[in-house]
Design a protein around this ligand. Structure first.
Ligand SMILES: Cc1ncc(COP(=O)(O)O)c(C=O)c1O
Length: 359
């Protein structure tokens, strides 16, 4: 058996230890004689994993008591609609920052449902970046301000979160748990699991409880945050195997020293790649330096032909998933928490060799 270096943007590499633990207890979960996939979501075995995952994420992210953590379904894409459906009341306006492809998708959904104001628009700029506080055009009395902390496609990451009088809502799909956060600065955070949390199929939501209470009456039960909050994310059958894997990832994170340790490792891993880019005239970074993502390192080679050869030759050396998103091209190395530092070192060495041969 071999494990390659998987630079995929998501679904992404999972900690090998987590996969091994899941494998060990796959057929007979803790002496129950069945797998955790096959048992009731209301039974004691599953419930223990569910509650442990909630408690671990609360601890890892230092989530205050007046916030709840929810496990939901439908991906981060569903959250693009959940947020305006739940948090923007009749006649209210929601502010959105457009910083790239993912915030654009969130904006499109918000526009379908009601008044949406673009507070800043840097989503089509190249080099790519996030908006700066001083350029925000905020609505007085806005229902919320929405941002995307890490644009997975362009590799632009927020380093200082925007400030406004409205609750801050953030799509953290591709960088949740990559660094410590002050959760009290946010009204709601959401993230699809398949990058830093576990397998696809689960979304994690952190919501300030009071925000869940002011939902418009027309929103159906399944689409209300309050429904999932009251039911402890067990309103209907949750994606049990996915949440169990999230539990294993949360244990792994705790054993590794939590998000502060992750931040240090992530800075080091990304720093190695950005140093390699900056030291060369062959590679050029795609994002403005102050917004460079620690999760998705995006760069270009002098021509698309070179990029194709780069990806093909990297694959021969067991480095997969380096092709940039189909909408932008280029190279993207996604190096989430679970991505091993040795893989970053291998890519840096490969980049140097490639430049020497082709540059
Ligand atoms: C920042 C961001 N938001 C939203 C999404 C959409 O997530 P999903 O496919 O889980 O709906 C993605 C997926 O890659 C993403 O990177």
């Amino acid at each position: 058996m071999k494990r390659i270096y998987n630079f995929s943007a998501g679904p992404a590499t999972l900690p090998t230890e987590v996969l091994e633990d899941a494998q060990k207890e796959l057929l007979d979960y803790q002496g129950s004689g069945m797998s955790i996939m096959e048992m009731s979501h209301r039974g004691k075995y599953y419930d223990a994993a569910h509650q442990e995952a909630l408690a671990n994420f609360r601890e890892l992210l230092a989530v205050p008591e007046d916030y709840s953590i929810l496990f939901m379904q439908g991906g981060a894409t569903s959250q693009f609609s959940f947020v305006p459906m739940n948090l923007r009341l009749e006649g209210e306006t929601a502010d959105y920052i457009n910083s790239g492809a993912w915030s654009k998708k969130a904006i499109a959904e918000a526009k379908i449902l009601g008044n949406t104001h673009i507070a800043a628009d840097c989503g089509s700029e190249i080099p790519t970046r996030q908006a700066r506080q001083e350029e925000l055009d905020l609505t007085l009395g806005a229902a919320y301000l929405h941002c995307c902390s890490n644009e997975t496609i362009s590799g632009a990451q927020i380093k200082e979160f925007p400030v406004s009088d409205a609750p801050l809502v953030c799509d953290m799909s591709s960088d949740i748990l990559c660094r410590p956060l002050d959760i009290s600065k946010f009204g709601l955070i959401y993230a699809g699991a398949q990058k830093n949390l576990g397998p696809a199929g689960v979304s994690l939501v952190i919501i300030k409880n009071e925000l869940a209470e002011r939902v418009p009456e027309t929103v159906p039960a399944m689409f209300r945050y309050s429904t999932h909050l009251k039911a402890d994310s067990l309103y209907n059958t949750p994606p049990t195997f996915g949440i169990y894997l999230l539990c294993l990832v949360s244990r792994w994170l705790k054993a590794k020293g939590g998000v502060a340790a992750m931040e240090e490792i992530n800075e080091r891993k990304a720093g190695k790649l950005y140093d390699a880019i900056d030291a060369s005239s062959f590679y050029s970074g795609t994002a403005v330096a102050e917004f460079r993502s620690t999760m998705n390192v995006t760069f270009r080679l002098p021509t698309e032909e070179f990029e194709k050869t780069f990806i093909a030759e990297a694959a021969k050396q067991d480095m997969d998933g380096l092709k940039g998103h189909r909408s932008v091209g280029g190279i993207r190395a996604s190096i989430y928490n679970a991505f091993p530092e040795a893989g970053v070192d291998a890519l840096v060495a490969f980049m140097k060799d490639f430049e020497q041969t082709h540059g």
